[in-house]
Write a protein that binds this ligand. Structure first.
Ligand code: UD1
Length: 419
């Protein structure tokens, strides 16, 4: 267990270069199994989820080496080993290894990730999609055994634009004969990044970024693939929200501002001044944030569920009534209770949070139960009067590299507490 102690009341100010994207690098790491050669990934965030993926790759016979933020991988001698339960439990996206294992070896075996703090998070769309293109699956006590003598392209229609299921199908489709068409696909920038990597590895893909993606075949290449992981739009939004909450000024460098369009609009509606730069965003906060009468999370290009907790923390100190609806996950508003312990006035009914902004939050002992709520609480603690202890910081470290020193550089007074 680890926590951070935060002395609130300082304005975050300065400039930061954003880390590589967690949600982009994880599927690319799974995809590297498809390339029976060397992949060199640059701008890789050094976070717990990436370390867990690298452990899985090593277990599957991939040679790996870190050099700063560059990760060298050689999957020439990869094997279709079983991914043990404890690794699957540590990181949900381990399920994404199923697709590439099926595509390259015709078999894969791993454990379904369980529910987590933000909801059930089933993988039924992943499995139905894989079956649809010819995989035979046996699921017993959470163990998924998949086999495919030959995967056959076809039409796979997703009932919801699930990011993970779209990635799973893209990865498996690289081993299929004929065209695979994914309808109802997720449109997130991270899907586009995965497709760019797959194309480098030999896939013929079109339509990424739209809701119909076609995979027409895969001609494996032998050459070394060098690939840069783009900046993390969610981490960027998280730090901008912290600046907004503390009345600060922040320049985040290393992201495409268009990928944060919905949050940019929401920041502006809350009274922040934003300048969109070619590869970054500058935000200046008002003395007091304005309330947002209606904010709904939605699949991209809608407002990202991963920034919901940060915005709830902002609403907690805005000058008036805000309403936030979580439409993607069924249980992602638990953090409201923690904010209330800091003096916020939030009432949750199902997936809707109604928030009457207060002038100031006060320091308290609070706990983040997933990485995004943990980050939102750190923001709230920075904005509060007095000292807070934000527990569950280990969740935050799953996704944010070096958050503590980074915040200290921007003027935060915070230190780690480990039990
Ligand atoms: C990814 C992101 C996560 C983000 C989420 C939504 C990664 C590693 N994680 O998660 O940060 O919060 O997208 O933008 O990229 N669902 C099913 N059955 C399935 C799959 C999904 O019912 O088989 C449901 C989920 O329970 C959820 C919704 O679909 O309610 C969206 O989930 P999905 O887009 O798949 O999220 P992840 O890929 O798990």
């Amino acid at each position: 267990m680890s926590g951070i102690e935060v002395e609130g009341g300082c304005r975050l100010a300065g400039e930061l270069e954003i880390q590589g994207s967690k949600n982009a690098v994880l599927p690319v790491l799974a995809a590297s199994i498809l390339h029976a050669g060397v992949t060199v990934l640059t701008h890789v965030p050094d976070i717990a989820d990436v370390r867990a993926s690298v452990e899985i790759l090593e277990l599957l016979g991939v040679k790996t080496q870190w050099l700063g933020h560059t990760l060298w991988l050689d999957a020439a001698e990869a094997v279709p080993g079983e991914i043990p339960r404890q690794l699957g439990e540590r990181m949900r996206s381990s399920v994404l290894f199923l697709g590439p294992l099926l595509a390259r070896f015709g078999q894969g075996c791993l454990y379904a990730p369980g529910g987590c703090a933000i909801g059930q998070r089933p993988v039924d769309y992943h499995l139905a999609g894989l079956e649809h293109i010819g995989a035979r699956l046996e699921v017993e006590e959470g163990k998924i055994q998949a086999q495919a003598y030959s995967l056959k392209g076809g039409l796979a229609e997703l009932p919801y634009p699930s990011v993970g299921a779209t990635e799973q199908l893209l990865l498996a489709a690289c081993g299929a004969e004929g065209e695979t068409q994914i309808r109802g696909a997720a449109r997130e920038p991270e899907i586009v990044t995965l497709c760019r990597y797959l194309r480098r590895a030999g896939a013929e893909i079109s339509g990424e970024g739209s809701s119909v993606i076609r995979v027409n075949g895969f001609q494996p290449v032998r050459d070394e693939i060098r690939f840069r992981i783009p900046g993390d739009r969610i981490a960027a939004g998280t730090y901008l929200a912290m600046a907004a909450m503390t009345g600060g000024k922040l320049h985040v460098q290393g992201i495409h501002p268009g990928h944060l369009w919905a949050p940019v609009c929401a920041f502006r509606r809350m009274g922040c001044e934003l300048r969109l730069l070619p590869e970054g965003i500058f935000l200046a906060a008002p003395e007091r944030l304005l309330p947002l009468p209606c904010l709904e999370t939605a699949p991209y290009p809608g407002f990202p569920t991963d920034l919901q907790s940060s915005f709830l923390a902002m609403m907690a100190v805005a000058a008036g009534e805000s309403v936030l609806e979580e439409k993607v996950f069924e249980n992602r508003l638990a953090m409201a209770g923690e904010l209330n312990r800091m003096g916020a006035c939030i009432h949750v009914d199902g997936r809707t949070a109604r928030c009457s902004g207060v002038e100031r939050l006060h320091g308290a002992r609070v706990r983040g139960t997933d990485l995004r709520s943990g980050a939102g609480l750190v923001g709230a603690a920075l904005a509060a009067e007095g000292t807070s202890l934000v527990e569950g910081f280990e969740h935050v470290e799953r996704g944010y590299e070096g958050m503590l020193p980074l915040l200290q550089d921007l003027g935060a007074r915070a230190r780690k507490k480990t039990e």
